[in-house]
Design a protein around this ligand. Structure first.
Ligand SMILES: Cc1ncc(COP(=O)(O)O)c(C=O)c1O
Length: 376
């Protein structure tokens, strides 16, 4: 069988922007009128940061957060006007660009305050910034015990540019929330301490997807959200109580079908052996495109509503499927994860099976994958 002309062959990620918008509405319903800081770092968790931003930029009270300064510039250069916070450690070389592009910086060390202050003294203004406290993640952020010293160092010049205060949960998506509650209580103390210095925060935020579902008391006046926006759950210990749907459906094309005899070894290592005469399809997608390689052990794909086993090890560019008695059509696609009119496979199911997470799987998509945006 030939592949028909003009077919897009290979890995494809369909991104349904209407689904993203409906996830956003569901999240907004959950958190009331609070501001929402939509996390679109790592190319919008593999969905396309600019396209996701453009799909939701006009929702009320929506701001964006990215990790790297370059990610923020990409959004500004694509004409995104919403506030953008950069999570990464502040680098002095970006202060000027941040000011010029109205990008909000993360201040998480005393040296960052000094740099911002020096910039102000030279230029009479500086970029806006959020203060980050570390309450238990042991990543970026001021120590809680340094709160007084930090607040004391925010002189009246630069305090004008203070936009917010935040921290990050380590365990808000777990069944046992005691550590997260301890983090929350410590964060509350540090926020309250600012009163003693006459410091008011415009934005106070610590919730992530896990906390949106699990810890209503953590919402303050701003909520950060990543994974729920893309329609997946942050962990298998969290239940969807807001009604989200997957934004991405990931497919690969059938490029060859061959009938093989019982006992035929398939793919590297020959670890898969057909148990009867069967149709083996070759799918043009491999681990270099972000397909999760360990999924071959128990994994399957969906073709027209039926699941078929992955036959043998996933290769760099291709993988094989045992279609049994079904003769699939060359040029058509199989669904790896997401959903269509025939069926669905949750990215979370794959993640759980291979001891990974939806975060890893979604942000790994790439290589030769073509992105197709639906309902722009
Ligand atoms: C600082 C920070 N806030 C919020 C998020 C969003 O988390 P989630 O995708 O679980 O909502 C992340 C993601 O890793 C993060 O690093």
């Amino acid at each position: 069988m030939n592949i028909k002309k003009n077919k897009i062959i290979g890995p494809k990620a369909y991104i349904d922007l209407d689904v993203c918008r409906s996830n956003l509405s569901a999240i907004k319903k959950r958190i009331g009128g609070r501001k929402l800081l939509c996390v679109i770092k790592a190319n919008g968790y593999g969905h396309g940061a600019v396209q996701i931003a453009k799909a939701i930029e006009n929702f009320k009270n929506v701001q964006f957060a990215v990790f790297s300064f370059e990610e923020a510039l990409e959004l500004r250069n694509s004409n995104i006007q919403n506030d953008i916070l950069v999570f990464s450690r502040m680098q002095s070389q970006y202060i000027k660009l941040a000011y010029e592009n109205n990008i909000t910086l993360n201040i998480s060390a005393i040296e960052d305050i000094e740099e911002i202050n020096s910039y102000f003294l030279l230029n009479g203004s500086c970029p806006r910034y959020h203060l980050k406290f570390d309450t238990g993640m042991t990543r970026l952020g001021f120590d809680l015990t340094d709160a007084s010293m930090i607040y004391g160092n925010l002189n009246k010049n630069i305090v004008k540019y203070l936009e917010g205060v935040y921290t990050h949960f380590a365990t808000a998506d777990e069944g046992n929330l005691s550590y997260a509650i301890r983090q929350l209580n410590n964060f509350k103390k540090v926020v309250e301490k600012a009163d003693e210095y006459g410091i008011k925060f415009k934005n106070i935020h610590c919730s992530n997807s896990g906390a949106i579902i699990n810890i209503k008391d953590s919402y303050f006046n701003m909520v950060r959200v990543g994974m729920l926006l893309y329609g997946a759950l942050p962990s298998n210990e969290v239940k969807d109580n807001i009604g989200i749907k997957p934004v991405m459906s990931f497919y690969g094309s059938i490029v060859n079908v061959r009938k093989v005899k019982k006992g035929t070894h398939i793919s590297y290592g020959g670890v898969y052996k057909s148990t009867s005469e069967t149709n083996i399809g070759v799918i043009q997608t491999g681990f270099a495109d972000g397909f999760p390689r360990p999924w071959y052990n128990d994994g399957y794909v969906n073709y027209k509503g039926k699941n078929y086993k992955i036959a043998g090890r996933v290769c760099m560019d291709q993988l094989m499927i045992d279609f049994g008695k079904t003769i699939p059509i060359v040029g058509e696609d199989v669904l790896f994860f997401g959903e269509n009119e025939f069926g669905k496979i949750k990215v979370e199911t794959i993640a759980e099976n291979i001891n990974s997470t939806a975060y890893v799987l979604l942000t790994s998509i790439g290589g030769r994958t073509k992105y197709i945006y639906v309902n722009q």
